[in-house]
Design a binder for this molecule. Structure first.
Ligand code: ADP
Ligand code: ZN
Length: 703
């Protein structure tokens, strides 16, 4: 690839985003764009696509237009950029003409670096769509252009005009959809046939993969959530009704969970989504309607209550976990009933054959007995040369046993039941059940009735599914899912053919202590450790400023702060995710918290907030507490404010007058809600001290 002169882009990465190194391919892609070459980027969700056009945008002189399908997604990205001190905005039909005019003026003055636009709104931008103003065009979620893709949007198909209008402006198209047909379509329709392609690995090694039998799943999920109660997670379900049932069950167990599905109106849905993003709701139980356009980096687990209908969907959904690169868990429950249900959905569809084939691949994945990640990646055309070590099969390899007798019992029951019974009926016969179905159909008279009492219902189910997967029996989907014999079953029944089966797995989430769980226990954050402390502090600022917590610092940054305990501004700048702008905005306040935490641990106190509160309850004044604890009075006040926000009785009104609260309120409105107390202090000309400002803001926040 020819390159003119290679600019060092590392300083921008550090200054604006606070990162030290590029992820694989990012650097090459950025240079390609800076060389003004058309570029196609295929990277999995969470792979770091955005930086690939955001850094060039900072380097280029003019504006970078980012075409994006969803207004919600645009807003998140723009908020994130602004939080890093980058001048970015979005343009759409919901804005009033005045706002739109201001944006166009900013473009003319070249003060704006990135402008996010939905394809429908491009026609309103004709006055700036020239090569004087525009330096680069990024087409995000570019698969929306292709009718092969799964999110086809007709408005994307008109984007070919961009290359005609701006022939010398580089176009960078980005997507997480890997298939070849879509790729070709993107290049053809954007008129960039010569675009350089960058395809990154689809492996998301930080997401552990776990597949379980669906039996008793609500109980298993309940246990899991209990053990992960501080974390954010998504639980995908097949039906609206299930999302509501799971959410209400979790709520009844005391967790913060809400349902999300297309049956809710727009306002209800947005409320759930916003609350989830801001960490106000921990768990969303959703249909697949949820997720596109969600850019939340600290989703720690994604559970599939039901089996998804294909591997693409499954991979995209689990990809919403662990976007910050920290450990995340993907747990899939699958059941035979799901398969039958999904087959019903597919039958009669235009592309029924394709859908069924994809469903079968999904089923094979769920029932596999070799490394899950290998199977997934091979589906996307990528070969792992060794087992991943981070899936249930790698951690707990299945044990093979001689299953010949089991197979003979099951298959001869199929035979005697005249190949008319579905799996449930067969198991009932084997276990000698006495329900009406058995008695009405005279199944209790079959010679094999009751010969399988030694095994549980669940184990029989797993064994029979294995027999089906190995071709020893077949499901007649058009005959009420009756199990039928195959040529292979005859070999087992009449020719002594041996059958190998794997022992059923029945692990729960409160697993025995394996090496892995010990390692995790070590890594698990201490509930009163610095990470939790900083997380509380972050939540406090987020509430005060009414922004999403991760826009302040993400979990990766807080974890690094816990590990390295920065004491100075320079230390702080070495933390991943702390760029110059965030240092200015939040650095000092986090350094204060870290110092307070270190002092408190040195004195052997457990929880700095509770220590202050204890003395407050004993009737000491703020000054007395400060003296006793060797802290600043403003620190004590901030502790009391946090305790107050947690709902404990603290009479904050005793520290400020109504008049002072009113003044702070005015300042807040005029200054547009800044985080830094200093701004209020300066605005109020030093007449109200920091402690009082903090208290007034807390009272205003609580309303
Ligand atoms: P995508 O658009 O591909 O789904 P994003 O661009 O949203 O992914 O990036 C996912 C996360 O990874 C974001 O939190 C982003 O800040 C982070 N990230 C991106 N590049 C880097 C990097 N070089 N170092 C550390 N974190 C990064
Ligand atoms: Zn594996």
């Amino acid at each position: 690839m020819k390159r003119t002169e290679k600019l060092d882009i590392h300083p921008s990465l550090k200054k604006y985003f606070g990162y030290d190194t590029f992820r694989p391919l990012q650097e090459d892609i950025i240079h390609n764009v800076l060389d003004k070459r058309d570029t196609l980027v295929i990277m999995p969700t969470g792979g770091g696509k955005s930086l690939c056009f955001q850094i060039p945008a900072l380097v280029f002189d003019g504006l970078t237009i980012v075409i994006s399908p969803l207004i919600a997604l645009m807003k998140d990205q723009v908020d994130g950029l602004n939080a890093n001190g980058i001048s970015a905005s979005f343009f759409n039909s919901s804005q009033d003409p005045k706002t739109q005019q201001t944006i166009l003026e900013q473009v003319a003055l070249k003060t704006l670096k990135l402008l996010y636009v939905a394809p429908e709104s491009l026609s309103f931008l004709s006055q700036i769509l020239n090569e004087e103003c525009i330096s680069c065009i990024a087409v995000d979620e570019a698969h929306c252009i292709s009718s092969w893709g799964h999110d086809f949007r007709p408005s994307y198909q008109r984007l070919g005009f961009l290359k005609e209008t701006l022939p010398n402006t580089p176009i960078i198209a980005l997507t997480a959809t890997a298939d070849k047909a879509t790729r070709q379509d993107i290049k053809a329709q954007l008129c960039i046939p010569e675009a350089d392609q960058f395809i990154s690995s689809f492996d998301r090694a930080n997401i552990s993969l776990d597949v379980r039998v669906g039996l008793d799943r609500m109980k298993k999920i309940g246990d899991f959530v209990k053990n992960n109660s501080n974390e954010s997670g998504i639980i995908y379900c097949l039906s609206r009704k299930t999302t509501e049932q799971v959410a209400s069950k979790l709520k009844s167990l005391g967790h913060s969970a809400e349902a999300y599905h297309a049956g809710l109106d727009f306002i209800e849905r947005s409320a759930v989504q916003d609350a989830f993003i801001c960490d106000k709701i921990k768990i969303v139980c959703a249909t697949v309607a949820f997720g596109m356009g969600i850019d939340k980096s600290n989703v720690r687990y994604v559970i599939h209550y039901n089996m998804p209908k294909n591997i693409e969907g499954y991979y995209q959904e689990i990809g919403r976990g662990g976007r910050d690169g920290l450990e995340a868990k993907a747990i899939l429950f699958h059941s035979y009933a799901d398969v039958i249900q999904l087959r019903k959905f597919a039958s009669g569809a235009v592309n029924e054959k394709v859908q069924i084939a994809k469903l079968e691949r999904m089923q094979q994945f769920s029932e596999a007995s070799s490394c899950r990640r290998k199977i997934l990646l091979s589906y996307f055309g990528e070969m792992l040369d060794k087992n991943c070590g981070n899936c249930d099969i790698c951690k707990n390899p299945p044990q093979f046993v001689d299953g010949t007798v089991i197979a003979q019992k099951a298959l001869s029951t199929l035979f005697r039941a005249k190949e008319k019974e579905a799996i449930g009926g067969i198991i009932d016969v084997l276990r000698g059940a006495q329900n009406t179905h058995v008695l009405d159909h005279g199944l209790n008279t079959l010679a094999t009735y009751g010969i399988g009492r030694d095994l549980s219902w669940a184990h029989w189910q797993q064994y029979i599914i294995q027999l089906i997967n190995q071709g020893f029996a077949e499901v007649a989907f058009h005959k009420n899912n009756a199990l039928e014999l195959t040529p292979l079953s005859h070999d087992v029944l009449f020719k002594g053919r041996q059958v190998k089966l794997t022992l059923p797995v029945d692990r729960t989430f409160v697993a025995k202590k394996t090496k892995d769980s010990k390692r995790q226990a070590k890594n698990k954050t201490n509930p009163i450790g610095l990470f939790e402390h900083l997380r509380k502090h972050r939540a406090f600022i987020a509430a005060e400023k009414n922004i999403a917590a991760y826009l302040i610092f993400n979990d990766v940054s807080l974890k690094e702060m816990e590990k390295h305990m920065p004491r100075t501004e320079q230390d702080m700048l070495n933390i991943s995710g702390v760029g110059a702008h965030k240092m200015d905005t939040y650095g000092a306040s986090f350094l204060t918290e870290i110092n307070a935490y270190i002092n408190q641990s040195n004195r052997g106190e457990k929880d700095t907030f509770s220590s202050s509160y204890k003395l407050y309850k004993e009737g000491l004044s703020v000054e007395e507490i400060a003296k006793k604890r060797e802290l600043q009075p403003t620190t004590i006040i901030s502790h009391l404010c946090k305790i107050y926000l947690e709902g404990k009785p603290v009479d904050l009104n005793e520290f400020v007058s109504d008049e002072e609260i009113t003044q702070v309120k005015e300042a807040k409105e005029i200054l547009e809600n800044p985080v830094e107390l200093k701004k209020y202090f300066v605005f109020l000309e030093g007449l109200i001290d920091y402690g009082k400002i903090r208290i007034a803001l807390t009272l205003l926040e609580k309303g």
